[in-house]
Design a binder for this molecule. Structure first.
Ligand code: FEO
Length: 402
């Protein structure tokens, strides 16, 4: 049975939701699902924008058939070839032998690499090319590395709809609601959007900036992304978030405490620091146990917050492995412009602090590492009081100074 939504007079959402998939890209948990959005334009000629993941192909095909209502599918525009959007290309082409695929040179190369037989059905477009389908003229704009090198966006110059590929997307399935003004985005969706963007495309901040600059030159009325809600109001809200995330600027002044604790002693010290900060007036404090929190959530929170305290036990004379994994992810995503503080624990040879300092100093750009540090020998004791107090004060001063 079909499940579609009308987007504009002659544009339909024909995507589908996946609420069964545990791990997006087989790595990021998505307990609230994900939507794969595709759009069908019913002009004098019919144009399908992207396909969906194989897991929801059947629903998508039913949606496409329903909206086509027996008309041929003239064109399939492929903005992004990652299989969560491109897996059903062949299925569409088998069912619609009349369809011509519109995409760019690199995307066609990837299609061949993925084994798609499209050689006699290609219409290759380059940056700035346009195609008219009746009332609607679509311009194609490259968006390399947002999120793969072949990615492009398609802009309907007739009505200002931007098919924005992965850009302006979010994790989370759509429960009937499609548009940003049908949900409370700032309450219910922003964490999904942040975790999606920072983990999936976070590494490519300069490329997002480049796309935002291009977007600033055209009159966009609507974002139709490949995941999450369609934006038709308050576009500036989301553009501002994207601008911050892609410049690696924190959204919030506050302290994020990520701790690794084997028997609760490091956690107790981290909690003591959190309480002390709040008593000193810093109420925007958030704590996460690295062992109980998937790193994608930690990354999203790290993009949100200005200050990060890393509290780690020493393990095999090194950094606790899950803290090390988090550090490696920060490096991989090119996280920058944060202030870090360190707390370490070791019953006989605490080394984690120096090793974390060395990693941060060597691998992350434009950061500050506070020199005040708490070193625990097994547990937080009276002996640690002075350094705990000075670390709390250093964090407060640093927050005030920014
Ligand atoms: Fe949603 Fe890069 O694919």
């Amino acid at each position: 049975m079909h499940c579609v939504r009308k987007v504009t007079d002659d544009l339909y959402w024909v995507g589908a939701n996946d609420r069964r998939l545990a791990l997006f890209e087989n790595i990021h948990p998505i307990p609230e699902g994900v939507s794969y959005n595709a759009y069908l334009l019913m002009d004098e000629e019919t144009v399908l924008f992207d396909t969906v993941d194989w897991s929801v192909c059947r629903q998508f095909l039913e949606n496409v058939d329903y909206v086509l209502g027996g008309r041929p599918l003239d064109y399939l525009v492929i903005n992004h070839l990652e299989p969560d959007h491109a897996a059903c290309i062949e299925e569409v082409l088998i069912r619609h032998p009349e369809t011509i695929v519109i995409s760019n040179e690199k995307a066609f190369m990837f299609m061949r690499q993925f084994g798609f037989d499209i050689d006699d059905r290609m219409d290759e477009v380059a940056e700035g090319d346009t195609r008219s389908f009746g009332k609607h003229t679509i311009a194609f704009v490259y968006a390399p590395m947002v999120h793969w090198p072949e990615a492009m966006v398609s802009f309907d110059v007739t009505n200002g709809v931007l098919f924005s590929a992965d850009a302006f997307g979010s994790f989370g399935s759509l429960d009937g609601k499609l548009f940003n003004d049908e949900v409370n985005f700032d309450r219910d969706w922003i964490a999904h959007a942040r975790r999606y963007l920072t983990n999936i495309v976070g590494k490519y901040g300069p490329h997002i900036q480049h796309l935002l600059k291009k977007a600033g030159t055209i009159d966009i009325k609507m974002f139709c992304p490949l995941h999450g809600p369609v934006w038709r109001t308050d576009l500036g809200y989301f553009i501002e978030k994207y601008d911050k995330w892609s410049r690696y600027e924190p959204e919030d002044k506050g302290v994020l405490i990520i701790y690794a604790s084997m028997y609760g002693n490091t956690e107790a010290a981290a909690s003591a620091l959190a309480s002390r900060l709040v008593e000193k007036g810093v109420t925007n404090v958030t704590m996460y146990d690295v062992s109980n929190t998937h790193v994608s959530y930690l990354i999203a929170e790290t993009f949100r917050m200005s200050h990060v305290v890393l509290a780690s036990v020493t393990y095999n004379l090194g950094i606790y492995p899950l803290i090390h994994n988090y550090l490696m992810d920060m490096k991989a995503l090119d996280l920058q412009k944060r202030t870090f503080a360190i707390m370490e624990n070791g019953s006989w040879a605490p080394t984690a602090g120096d090793l974390i300092y060395e990693f941060l100093d060597k691998e992350l750009k434009e950061i500050t590492i506070l020199e005040d540090r708490v070193t625990l020998n097994s547990s937080f004791s009276e002996l640690n009081e002075p350094e705990m107090e000075s670390l709390a004060n250093a964090l407060v001063d640093s927050l005030k100074a920014e």
